[in-house]
Design a protein around this ligand. Sequence first.
Ligand code: AKG
Ligand code: FE2
Length: 312
Amino acid sequence: MNDKMPVISLANDDANLLAQQLGDSFRTYGFAMVTDHGLSDDMVKTAWDMTEELFAQEEAMKKRGYNANIAGARGYTPFKTEIAKGADHHDLKEFWHVGRTLPENSPLKSSMPDNIWPERPEGFADHFTKLYDEFDQIGAKILSHIALYLGLDKSWFDPAIEDGNSVLRLLHYPPIEGDTAGAIRAGAHEDINLITLLLGAEEAGLEIKRPDGSWMAVSPPAGGLAVNVGDMLQRLTNHVLPSTTHRVVNPANERSGHSRYSMPYFLHLRSDFPIKTLDGCVSADNPNRYPQPILADDYLRERLIEIGLLKA
Ligand SMILES: O=C(O)CCC(=O)C(=O)O
Ligand SMILES: [Fe+2]
């Protein structure tokens, strides 16, 4: 693993070549840096403007969007609520979760709460519903290339992610004030979901852990995506594709006086999908690490309890 993570254009029409490029990067780093993803500049700009306006509101306004009963699965989660598994300090971040709008009589409603929308900014619900759908499509495209890389049919993931429990997270890391006593913007963690599509990581801070335990900064080109493998895909692929530990550190320079905003889209499986190790990822050298399949929703609940977002 050298420090030159390649930048990969999603506009490549050669599906097998693109699959190879993405797959090699995921296998090596657990991450890929992606450009030409197809999100329009206007759409993204409006999303950043609205995100800034959302978090600039009074805490009391934002807290109207907080529902502790659903553990922040939708709407607002206040500053210093989430804590990385095994960490000593809460993360220096606040965020807002946008989920899928399901059809009225969907059987998945019990595992996927309705969205919570803020009163302001105006047009928020409409804009982020559209952006959510765009992320969903880009994610499906990346997964179809991962399927090719794994020797599966390119549509293998389609039924697994249909009406999936994906979440778009709008993240705000406020300016660093005073002595943070060891707390950082986002403590070392792995993502729980299948893959994550992250916008905004060109602002310094994101680091991934190398196998030797040292940290490597990741910064995609402006407007690009950092895409990473989550624990569900690591489990499905029997660790052929690794879910790499990452964190967001506090800037040492004048940027520490500025907010950092980012927007990860956590692409999830359908809640009722059984995560069962792929046969093609089991070999004599890499025996099945997970002989017992687990439903996506059960797996998610176990992990949310660990990070302080859900009560046991
Ligand atoms: O803000 C970032 O750059 C990364 C955020 C992240 O890793 C997460 O929310 O899981
Ligand atoms: Fe993450």
